[in-house]
Design a protein around this ligand. Structure first.
Ligand code: NAP
Length: 413
């Protein structure tokens, strides 16, 4: 049994119509995580606190509250994901999370997945921006600045599927034959690809709103609607519908731009769409043509990793899982157990996750400071061992790298 205490002068972040209402002293939860989690999470908290202080002086401050999950929770409470932690998550709804061990093939249920379901975090968001100095496979990696909004709850990954020799698959094959005269081979496995208007439109709304609030220039709907017309094709249609009905004053479609001679009106966000397979080659050959990518679950999964590879090191990426009433922010890498407790892990991934959190909170100035500090550190070759070994420079410890970022933020305007 844990009895969590929250600072009296803190307040929860509230959510109204999908918008975040952030008080000046928001209570934000954090889970340290397993393996290297504690070191990198503490590093991110220090960097965020510095950026907030620099951007807003004493007028704003995050009130962090630690909640336990994973190994630490097991030690303290005997349970990896105690009820009290779940209650706190349901109440405060925003969490910075270190990586957690997930057993392969059995064991306990993934806590990451549990949190996602509990808070209905339906969008998986991954910013991919090149950091000068990294070794990338591209000639012009500096042109990579993408944010992928991947739908997280629909599509083939709903897991509605049956093996070829199961009675269920047989029943469905018979049904298709009887009702629609569709004949499948007797050894056909069946998977169902559900895609709904509701789920498509809520993530489209989130991506476009994010583009407006963060002054991005384009939202590209990624789909394979030429082949899968009533799922991926519908995704495209439903997303355009949200753009045109709900954000008419902010957006312009690519068709409209072309008809008007190719010039994008000042301050407008272009909404366009591209066929998925085409995009895989274009994000490599012309990455600057893409900005925000709005993708259904399966496409989003593939393009997230492909995009990550463009910057040369997916270990440096952060990510977010967001719903209409909450968010979980993290690094995309795991617990890297061999580096645990050694003060050598790179905290950049979770710092990028925390930067994303500040953007959702509307604390854009603090987020920008973190982005600049990470760029500057790389320019100055202040890096941890994972990068230092490629650059042939001296490695900083996690704690030294954290301090370097704090010092850089101090010098930024
Ligand atoms: P991993 O923890 O990401 O580590 C793989 C390798 O990547 C490390 O050995 C290290 O490589 C490098 N690395 C990752 N993060 C690093 C960092 N911050 N600083 C320096 N190097 C870093 O992947 P894994 O070994 O497959 O997974 C370990 C555990 O993490 C598993 O239980 C898995 O389920 C879990 N996991 C959790 C999450 C999450 O909570 N969101 C995500 C992914 C995995 P070098 O050997 O090259 O130095």
């Amino acid at each position: 049994m844990v009895d969590y205490k929250v600072p009296e002068d803190g307040e929860p972040i509230r959510f109204e119509n999908g918008k975040w209402i952030t008080p000046n002293k928001p209570i934000i939860l954090y889970i340290e995580g397993d393996g290297i989690g504690p070191e990198i999470t503490q590093s991110a908290i220090k960097v965020v606190n510095k950026a907030v202080e620099k951007a807003y002086g004493s007028s704003r401050e995050i009130k962090w509250v630690e909640v336990y999950a994973g190994d630490k929770a097991l030690q303290i409470t005997g349970d990896r994901f105690p009820k009290e932690t779940q209650d706190m998550l349901l109440k405060y709804r925003v969490v910075l999370k270190g990586p957690l061990t997930t057993p392969i093939g059995g064991g306990w249920r993934s806590i990451n997945v549990s949190i996602r379901l509990m808070l209905d975090l339906y969008a998986n968001i991954r910013p991919v921006k090149y950091i000068q100095g990294l070794e990338s496979p591209l000639k012009h990696p500096e042109k990579v600045d993408l944010i992928i909004f991947r739908e997280n709850t629909d599509d083939l990954y709903r897991g509605i599927e049956w093996p070829a020799d199961s009675p269920e698959a047989k029943k469905i094959r018979e049904f298709l034959k009887k009702e629609f005269n569709i004949e499948l081979e007797d050894d056909t496995g069946i998977g169902i690809k559900p895609m709904s208007k509701y789920k498509t439109q809520r993530i489209a709304r989130m991506a476009i709103r994010y583009a407006i609030e963060n002054k991005r220039r384009k939202v590209t709907i990624m789909h394979k609607g030429n082949v899968m017309k009533y799922t991926e094709g519908a995704f495209r249609e439903w997303a355009y519908e949200v753009a045109l009905k709900e954000f008419r004053d902010y957006i312009v479609t690519e068709d409209e731009v072309n008809k008007a001679g190719g010039k994008v009106p000042e301050g407008k966000i272009v909404v366009n769409d591209r066929i998925a397979d085409n995009m895989f080659q274009q994000i490599i050959t012309r990455p600057d043509e893409y900005d925000i990518i709005l993708a259904p679950n399966v496409n989003g999964d593939y393009i997230s990793d492909a995009a990550g590879a463009l910057i040369g090191d997916i270990g440096l990426l952060g990510g977010a899982n967001i719903g209409d009433t909450g968010g979980m922010f993290e690094a995309i890498h795991g617990t890297a157990p061999k580096y645990a407790g050694k003060d050598v892990a790179n905290p950049t991934g979770i710092i990028k996750g925390a930067e994303m959190m500040l953007r959702f909170m509307g604390w854009i100035e603090a987020a920008d400071l973190i982005d600049k500090a990470l760029m500057t550190a790389m320019e100055q070759k202040k890096v941890t061992q994972d990068i230092a070994r490629f650059l042939g420079v001296k490695a900083l410890k996690t704690s030294e790298f954290t301090q370097a970022l704090i010092d850089i933020i101090d010098t930024l305007k």
